[in-house]
Design a protein around this ligand. Structure first.
Ligand code: UDP
Length: 326
């Protein structure tokens, strides 16, 4: 890579939904970006627009095995992981490995390069929460041996590992706990509720509500999330920070909103609730407001319309968002 006048960021999971948006933001901020992805759940189409950009490089590799970067590096963003419940149910061991071994490798890279490290953690650390809304000082209610445990516990281990590198090695580390996020570049068939309902609405098939739809989620548009993450990376704050949109709704309300906004004739169909599905989820963002001067700005309807347009384009092109490998 050319001169050292620019900051260099490594983004693991750089071809994924969040990793690719983060890559775009870092390039806009004047960084060079090295994206690493094994393309199990990532999609080359998410970074296709960066082909030919001299500040961008893509390495296809599995960060759970090793990470080889010869350049000087200023920031390591560890975003590689399956992140939808279906993906981590179908890829339980890669999910555990990337949260544990992948985090170890990414921290090792950051340590060797004297770089700042940022971990993409998750609201899943709170499990099926008994505190609502969730504050960062809540330790969570996670079933370690349930089907979601492979993701939740790997991320909890990743947080422990990150704090150990911070305390023991004196490294500059950050932890973002990401709540439900939506927007363009999600995989249509990744099983999460936003692509599922929009895909069903656009295809004229029933919207599948799991359980009675009384469980709640709080949806953040991707550009807001990435802005919070960028601010956190540039801050000197080392404790975990929730980033998400506190606007909470039930899954039934969400289905009704999708039906209204798309104007579909699709009806609602009820299916069994998956094991350990959290009953409520809403971020308390007091810390992000105070430490990062951040709060979400994109209104729900505005973000959803952009997301619907993206999925409409995918459907027209026959891109159904299957996993590539694994
Ligand atoms: N869900 C649903 N229908 C679907 C997919 C998901 O009712 O087709 C529900 C799911 O049971 C959960 C919520 O929507 O209560 C959000 O699920 P998602 O998979 O998006 O992520 P989670 O927040 O559970 O990690």
């Amino acid at each position: 890579m050319p001169s050292r006048s620019k900051k260099v960021s490594v983004v693991t999971g750089g071809a994924g939904f969040l990793g690719s948006h983060l890559t775009d933001r870092l390039l806009t901020e004047g960084h060079r970006v090295i994206a690493i992805d094994n393309l199990v759940t990532g999609n080359p189409a998410n970074i296709a627009h960066l082909g030919g950009n001299e500040n961008f490089r893509f390495i296809k590799s599995n960060v759970s095995s090793y990470i080889l970067v010869e350049d000087a590096v200023d920031y390591v963003f560890h975003f590689a992981s399956p992140a939808s419940p279906i993906d981590y149910l179908e890829l339980p061991i890669p999910t555990l490995k990337v949260g544990a071994l992948g985090t170890h490798n990414a921290l090792g890279l950051a340590k060797a390069k004297k770089a700042t490290f940022l971990l993409a953690s998750t609201s899943e650390c709170y499990g099926d929460p008994l505190v609502h809304p969730q504050t960062e000082d809540y330790w969570g209610n996670v079933n370690p041996i349930g089907p979601r445990g492979v993701y939740d516990e790997a991320k909890r281990f990743a947080e422990a590992m990150t704090m150990a590198y911070h305390r023991f090695h004196g490294m500059d580390t950050k932890i973002v706990r990401i709540f439900n996020t939506y927007g363009p570049r999600m995989r249509l068939r990744d099983g999460r509720v936003v692509p599922a309902f929009i895909g069903q609405a656009l295809g004229g098939t029933p919207l599948t509500i799991f359980g009675d739809g009384s469980q709640t989620r709080s949806f953040c548009f991707v550009s807001d999330l990435i802005d919070g993450i960028f601010r956190l990376a540039m801050s000197d704050f080392h404790e975990p920070v929730n980033i998400g949109n506190p606007r909470e709704m039930t899954i039934k309300q969400f289905a009704e909103e999708i039906i209204r906004i798309t104007g579909t004739k699709s009806e609602i169909e009820y299916k069994p609730l998956p094991v350990d599905d959290p009953k409520v989820r809403q971020p308390d963002i007091t810390r992000a407001r105070k430490v990062l001067d951040w709060e979400p700005r994109v209104r729900f309807e505005e973000g959803i319309v952009k997301t619907i347009e993206y999925f409409r384009g995918c459907l027209e092109r026959g891109e159904l968002g299957e996993r590539f490998e694994g």
